[in-house]
Write a protein that binds this ligand. Structure first.
Ligand SMILES: O=C1O[C@H](COP(=O)(O)O)[C@@H](O)[C@H](O)[C@H]1O
Length: 332
């Protein structure tokens, strides 16, 4: 499987593109200088564009992805707030942007040409809005509002309009600070990493009443950890067997195994990683994890090992300044 890893480094305003080979080694393919601080990124479901949120002039930039994974800028559209998180619906027709500082989530239609347009809808008063996550069925958008300890639930209509679901929100433990999410491939469970207490919640997406319900909450820090908790990112292997979440104070990635049905997590280990890991990701074969150190200015590649999902460091690479977002794109 040929894959390309993209890393965003806002302090040096660069996107690095790396080839990831079968053994987990990276080779630098391209460095793109960007007209702004690059932060969240996502590859379109059609796999032809990389969408990138930039600041301080809040925009989404669209980069066309060539067959070899190199990028060329193709267009841009305004955003209503500082982009903290960018995602799309499963069909690639709508782009969602969550803004922590501007407390909103927006919907931007994506044209037939693949280019995002100006927002068609902005939902405000989501204090600390940290991400927007569409479920596997492409029906419900999960929007964690970190400062309100809630995840808002919106139905996505065929014309791209968000409306609160009958169950309009779920609440976390007070002070948890819900941040980023991942969905199990079977569509029955979601996992949310909580920034302020470094816990991970398991959410059943449809209980006996057809509602979203928290079924497990785990402390992701090693026993005896007593410093300030500061979790960031969460990702699941494509087969749904292993889940990873990172904490920035301790510079640790916690390794979880996932039960067959997706409803139960068990901690398998704690992997020391690059300083202040704000973003990481998993390759499409489920064999490698790439973590970015916002303070080490390096990325590090790990091999994911059976049967527990533990991580073996392979190599680290100097990247731009302040790397904080990693996405991995399959070329074939
Ligand atoms: O992780 C964090 O994220 C928020 C929002 O990030 P931003 O890059 O969109 O400003 C940040 O303000 C917070 O301090 C931090 O812990």
């Amino acid at each position: 499987m040929k894959q390309v890893v993209y890393t965003a480094s806002p302090e040096s305003q660069q996107i690095h593109a790396w080839r990831l080979d079968e053994e987990g080694a990276l080779s630098l393919l391209q460095v793109t200088d960007v007209s702004g601080q690059v932060q969240p990124m996502v590859v379109s479901p059609k796999k032809d564009f990389l969408y990138v949120g930039v600041r301080p002039n809040f925009r989404v930039l669209a980069f066309r992805i060539a067959a070899d994974g190199t990028l060329s800028e193709a267009g841009e559209a305004p955003l209503p707030g500082s982009p903290t998180h960018i995602s799309t619906d499963r069909a690639g027709n709508y782009l969602f942007c969550g803004s922590y500082n501007d407390a909103c989530v927006s919907v931007s239609p994506i044209g037939d040409d693949g280019l995002p347009q100006a927002p068609s809808q902005v939902i405000r008063e989501l204090d600390g809005c940290h991400s927007a996550n569409i479920d596997n069925a492409n029906q419900t958008l999960f929007v964690p509002a970190l400062k309100q300890d809630r995840i808002c639930l919106y139905s996505l209509s065929a014309d791209g309009t968000l409306a609160p679901r009958a169950q309009a929100q779920v609440n976390t433990v007070e002070g948890a600070g819900p941040r980023h999410m991942a969905f199990h491939p079977n569509g029955s469970y979601a996992y949310c990493v909580n920034e302020l207490d470094s816990t991970v919640d398991v959410w059943a997406l449809s209980n006996a009443r057809g509602e979203v319900e928290r079924v497990q909450s785990l402390d992701m820090m090693p026993p005896g950890f007593s410093e300030t908790r500061w979790a960031a990112d969460i990702h699941l292997t494509p087969n749904g067997r292993f889940l990873y979440a990172c904490d920035r104070t301790s510079s640790t990635i916690t390794v979880f195994s996932v039960s067959e049905d997706g409803g139960l997590l068990s901690i398998e280990g704690y992997q020391p990683t690059e300083t202040q890991p704000r973003g990481f990701n998993i390759d499409h074969s489920g064999r490698y994890l790439v973590a970015a150190g916002q303070k080490s200015h390096h990325i590090e590649v790990y091999r994911i090992s059976e049967p527990q999902g533990l991580l073996t460091p392979l190599a680290r690479y100097a990247v731009g300044q302040g790397p904080m977002w990693v996405v991995i794109h399959p070329l074939d």
